[in-house]
Write a protein that binds this ligand. Sequence first.
Ligand code: HPA
Length: 266
Amino acid sequence: MKYAAEILNEKLDGLKPETAIVLGSGLGGLVDSLEDAVSVPYQTIAGFPGSGVSGHAGKLVGGRLAGRPIVMLAGRVHYYEKGEAAAMRPVLETVQALGVANLILTNAAGSVREDMPPGSVMRITDHINYSGMNPLIGEESDAGFVGMTSAYDAALGKKMNEAAGRAGVELHEGVYMWFSGPSFETPAEIRMARTLGADAVGMSTVPEVIMARFLGLKVAAASVITNLGAGMTGSELSHQETKDMAPIGGERLARVLTDMMRNGDA
Ligand code: HPA
């Protein structure tokens, strides 16, 4: 991905971002807050994946957020699109080659806790890889044996908590459980997730965390809660509900991340 990074470096015109943010559902609007934005569609970057799922655009946007250089990855590729856990590998390798040290991952998720309703924001403190998939399967070197004890960087997490305090946003903390999707969970699976120690469930982020740790990037992550898990209310879940509800928590999380940048914390 050196080649893609070289081309991007030229396009970004001297911007030296230390931080990249993957924008999940509800966070897409954050690119509009960028000053001096340079937008590059994934399709025009050699080796990058196309991104097909509705609600997820695919572009890399460089610029300044609250005056600080940053790269935003607007749109991710999910495991469920093609059954590839390493789908985001070229994107993450490229941001690493650009000199990025901190990766902030965001997503939309279902809550398994009654006290964390739709509209809430949850910082991910740990995860459970329930999908059983791993983006490092097939890695030929011993480098694939990545430690996950401190996968979510404690110092970055503390800074996110502090930024939430300053922004006046209640930031829950919890464990995110990765289901492959694209079907939603059953009520029994949601009860299982709760029993096993999950606070939220979703279909992304975990493979990116694993890949980011492999690449030596520091990780922070947060979910915007769009719904209570299957069976917790009388109604069926839908992707439309995710898209409709994500901007509510998304607006809150955007304020937290903007404050983090303004304060020089990421
Ligand atoms: N389950 C899985 N993924 C999700 C959910 C959910 O309930 N809500 C938003 N993304």
